[in-house]
Design a protein around this ligand. Structure first.
Ligand code: ADP
Ligand code: MG
Length: 691
């Protein structure tokens, strides 16, 4: 039967309606679809041996003549055996199949077959169990590099391999090429037919590498073309004109802005004035002063009668930002309000109606800012702070709150992700880099120490407090965990509540110790934070709720308990809570861990204060899994490419995509038709991410 890429799988032998349904679960309905169902790994079945030379414990192919009619025996209910004997010139082998009665009908005495499996040997006796086999000369399951596909219940690898074989043999002619010829040649990529054939049935591993390289490139190219188009469309969209001079704003600041802050404000000012919607990322390490830059945007919007929403990742940070913004901007007549999940009842009602009436210029909050029922009179600027997980999807969702004219969007990030990846996640944004810390800062001195230094650490806390400084002590968890503190410090996770009590009662009875964790009521949390910020607490014991963005310049010591339990980037963020004022600051990483990797990680942190370098190191040590889950970065799951391993190719693809989209923004040239189609498909499959 002649087939095409459009042939429904259900018309093929061996695929009935039931299997057809199951294949559909894998996204496969036509023969052409199977070309896109890629192997997850391969099994090398090329090695052929004589029985006597067969390797031990490693499978290989043996070519045998069947010496007798297969025999079936029923051992017990649910267990049957088919046994058959095969020979080659060097020996004789007993082959056993479990629960595959049909094999009796398939294997015929006197015929030749190739078997693939482990040949076991006891003295001169050879045996094989459940080998793969086929008629000599078929070459479909043996003597090749076999693809192993992702499966679903009821669909075997053999069935899938049969289908892809058919597709590769009969459907590749005239397969259209999605990559523009000049791109393909410039990047030394093979043709699509070669790639498809060899990604399924590689002639050898070299051919596989060539095929894979092209497939990865194509996937990343389609993605980055889409992102480039998104960026292009965004920047073409009209935006409200907002004018405001950074110099005028700077007069409100209690300090002179750094050159980096000035540059970022100039970039923002130019965007806001341009008449196009701003989509900008401000990237700067912890403590580089991003808050002031955000304040500039809010100030300019308010001056032009346009509302601004500032979104923070936690309530704690939202509260702090609301305080900072109010102190900074209310003298200039900007009306600031706080909206978080814990603003409720009459208070919330009043706030919402003030917001809708335009009586609030700047609303600071958590994601509650963009929930149902929150109406703005004219939301013209959205600022997202410390949102390294703030992907394309979230930005699109909030853009909708702006009404007919898209709001300006400003994303602030300390970027605890490697640079190349940032280019993709934020690929549709313009970027301002703040590569300078405010003057007078000395790098935070960082030490990793074991339990034997605990008393010295306590002494150091005391010394800092005696000098008028304040101290954070961060623990991994709020939950009581096993034996607790009494069993000896460092043996368990320090439970913050009991640990804080212990510290207050037994270690620092003369100091003012407070504690805060995510399970406290917002009011309580706020009160403790305010006390710490106001200097009425000396030591703040905390979980990682203080990780992001908390700003108390008088704090000079950060102690992290069970430091080995944190990611490096997270520790870097924690460390960023100190070293924010004029005072020499310290970070002490307590660990009882003797694991060499744990120690290596902590040493990496002691060695540098550069957040980017730490992110790369974190990625190297933790592997890509933690970094690149779909939820975190807000990009579609890739089929072939791996963001971490294919970094170099990613750069190439992105560059090529940007060049192409610059030349043909709508991809409307005939030569780009299929590419345009693929971009559309990718973005449609992930509609919730893009839009
Ligand atoms: P981050 O970039 O981590 O958000 P912040 O905006 O919280 O940093 O600023 C860190 C600290 O530095 C704050 O206490 C802030 O008031 C202070 N700061 C910011 N800019 C300057 C500056 N130009 N000169 C002096 N201090 C500054
Ligand atoms: Mg910040």
């Amino acid at each position: 039967m002649p087939v095409t890429r459009q042939t429904p799988l259900t018309e093929l032998p061996g695929v009935g309606p039931a299997r057809g349904k199951k294949l559909e679960k894998l996204g496969l309905s036509t023969l052409g679809d199977t070309l896109n169902h890629l192997p997850q790994r391969y099994e090398d079945r090329r090695e052929c041996c004589a029985l006597k030379d067969a390797p031990q414990e490693r499978p290989c192919c043996v070519s045998l003549i069947i010496a007798e009619t297969p025999r079936v025996s029923y051992v017990r209910r649910g267990l049957s055996l088919v046994k058959v004997r095969g020979v080659d010139g060097t020996g004789s082998v007993n082959i056993t199949f479990f629960n595959q009665d049909y094999i009796r009908e398939v294997i015929r005495a006197g015929e030749s077959y190739v078997f693939f499996g482990v040949v076991e040997r006891q003295g001169n006796l050879f045996s094989m169990t459940n080998p793969v086999f086929e008629r000599e000369g078929d070459g479909r399951h043996t003597g090749l590099i076999m693809p192993v596909y992702p499966l679903t219940a009821g669909i075997s690898n053999n069935l899938l391999a049969g289908l892809t074989r058919r597709a590769v043999d009969d459907c590749l002619d005239g397969l259209p090429e999605a990559l523009p010829e000049e791109v393909r040649l410039a990047h030394r990529l093979c043709q699509t037919q070669f790639a498809r054939k060899n990604i399924h049935y590689p002639a050898d591993y070299e051919a596989l590498a060539i095929a894979r390289r092209r497939m990865v490139f194509e996937e990343l190219f389609v993605l980055t073309c889409g992102l480039a188009q998104l960026k292009d469309r965004r920047s073409a969209g009209s935006g409200r004109r907002i004018s405001g001079a950074p110099e005028e704003f700077s007069a409100l600041l209690p300090f002179a802005p750094t050159a980096a802050q000035r540059r970022a404000m100039d970039d923002i000012s130019a965007d806001l004035r341009s008449g196009k919607a701003m989509n900008r990322l401000v990237q700067g390490d912890v403590g580089s002063g991003k808050t002031a830059v955000a304040a500039f945007g809010a100030w300019a919007a308010a001056k032009n009668g346009i509302q601004c929403a500032l979104m923070a990742p936690t309530e704690l940070l939202a509260e702090q930002h609301a305080r900072t913004m109010d102190a900074l901007l209310s003298p200039a007549g900007v009306r600031v309000a706080l909206l978080t999940g814990s603003v409720k009842g009459a208070e919330k009602k009043a706030l919402l109606s003030a917001l809708a009436a335009g009586e609030i210029d700047l609303v600071v909050g958590t994601h509650a800012l963009f929930s149902q029922g929150v109406e703005y009179r004219e939301l013209g600027l959205v600022i997202a702070d410390e949102q390294h997980r703030f992907g394309v999807a979230q930005r699109s969702a909030l853009a909708e709150k702006g009404g007919a004219v898209p709001p300006h969007v400003l994303v602030m990030s300390a970027t605890p992700i490697p640079r190349t990846l940032a280019l993709i996640i934020y690929g549709d944004l313009d970027v301002s880099v703040m590569d300078e810390l405010p003057p007078g800062r000395t790098p935070v001195a960082t030490f990793a120490v074991g339990e034997n230094k605990r008393q010295r650490m306590y002494g150091f806390v005391r010394k800092q407090v005696a000098e008028g400084r304040q101290v954070y002590i961060v623990c991994p968890s709020v939950e009581e965990n096993g034996g607790g503190w009494e069993d000896g410090p460092g043996m368990d996770l320090k439970a913050v509540t009991s640990y804080a009590r212990q510290l207050q009662e037994q270690v620092f009875p003369d100091l003012r110790v407070g504690f805060v964790h995510g399970k406290l009521k917002p009011r309580e949390k706020e009160a403790v934070m305010a006390a710490f910020a106001g200097g009425t607490l000396d030591v703040l014991v905390s979980t990682t709720v203080i990780e992001v963005g908390v700003d108390v310049p008088n704090a000079s010591l950060m102690v992290v308990e069970n430091a080995e339990r944190f990611g490096l980037s997270q520790l870097h963020q924690l460390r960023g809570r100190v070293g924010r004022g004029r005072h020499q600051s310290y970070c002490v990483l307590m660990t009882a861990s003797r694991s060499e990797t744990a120690r290596e990680r902590l040493r990496a942190l002691c060695a540098t204060n550069d957040g980017f370098q730490i992110a790369e190191e974190d990625l190297r040590l933790r592997g890509p899994g933690d970094f690149f889950g779909k939820r975190q970065h807000g990009l579609p799951q890739l089929k072939v490419a791996d963001f971490a391993a294919d970094m170099e190719l990613l750069k190439e693809a992105r560059q090529a995509a940007e060049e192409l989209v610059a030349e043909d923004p709508a991809l409307s040239r005939p030569a780009h038709g299929l590419l345009r189609e693929k971009v559309r498909e990718l973005f449609e499959e992930n509609a919730e991410l893009f839009n």
